[in-house]
Design a protein around this ligand. Sequence first.
Ligand SMILES: Cc1ncc(COP(=O)(O)O)c(C=O)c1O
Length: 427
Amino acid sequence: MRARLPAVAPDAPESFDTILRDFREQIAPAMTHWGHPGWFAYFPSNSSPPSVLGELLSAGLGAQCMSWETSPAATELEQTVMSWYRQLLSLPEQFTGVIQDSASSATLVAFLTARDRVGVDHERLVAYWSSEAHSSVAKAARLADIPVERQRVVPVDGEFAMQPGALATMLADDARQGLVPGIIVATMGTTSSTACDPLRAIGQIARDHKVWFHVDAAFGGSAAIVPELRPLLDGVELSDSMVTNPHKWLLTNFDCSAYFVRDVDALLHTFSIAPEYLRTRHDHDTTVVNFRDWGVPMGRRFRALKLWFVLRSYGAAAIRSMIRTHVALGHELAAWVDAEPGFERLAPAPLALVCLRHVPPALQGDETALARHNAALMARVNATGTVHLTHTTLGGKYAIRVAIGSFRTERRHVAEVWRLLREESQT
Ligand SMILES: Cc1ncc(COP(=O)(O)O)c(C=O)c1O
């Protein structure tokens, strides 16, 4: 597309008609359409009409929400909406929420706070996460200046969840060697397969060793608003912080990431700086919340508005129903895969993600050939242009991921992706 665009900006104004025509002809067709009902790639990054309108209004207001005084209503709405969301997720009352741009940033915030809490010993700080954790965790460790020698990758069980016994052993070994266990990150809904680490057991280990316990529920967390799925988040009560992204499953367009923290003072200790030019005239700062002190950037968008629009215009019941539908569709697809000779499911599917592969008898046991075969199969399915899939590896096996959760995805779209997978597996 870029080759078709002028190399320099126009000197004279252009009509809006021309700009919109170019948007329709050049930009939209060259985008990847995450809102398509055939979107089964990565995880969903949903939008919805109320979210778009909230976003539009926040742009129109030109809000800059770094402090209470620069946007009082935005600050207070963020407090209100985060409190609503905390209750919907059945998180402990001691948790306070703040909206960050992404789960990656929120996890970085957790690492920096945990490192600060360790204090002068931070040069001996060790961090722990499972081999299935998202890459943003390793990135946060790197940015928090925790070198690979002090990063521990905990093994997972047959269902890709962290083994708490192995974690406990690693922690004890490190403590014995004079190192300082400083942060454990567990995942509820891993990126590759939506595996859920046993949060309660991990949380107990964190408590015993007085280690910061962060839960990455970037995708899966939204499911906790559904009572029968809430057990997957059981044990989050023992955590110090947790992140979940309304911009994935909760119908709120990118970006909007909810970070909940138990000890707000610890967070402020790490992030609060009050230069003279940010001090307020009436000395409000002792009584109000200034969200610029709750994360890395100073300037902040009015993200609470779109989440407020979404929660109010759908209501929690309709959102629960959507998530239930997606999860049920995932179970249905999993059952189809299990019943189909020649196909294999590679992980449990608790949260609407089905990981599968095609195993022709001639390739059985040959992982390299199976990876090549399934990559080609996925490419043929994607080339139809009706659905979009991505892949991962699970236990060294190439897996095609079918991530259900797009706002407009219905049963017929799931049936279609399954039909295409079977049809293309025969060519
Ligand atoms: C488990 C998990 N953590 C973190 C992330 C990163 O999310 P973000 O793009 O909000 O940084 C993802 C993205 O898919 C994820 O699946």
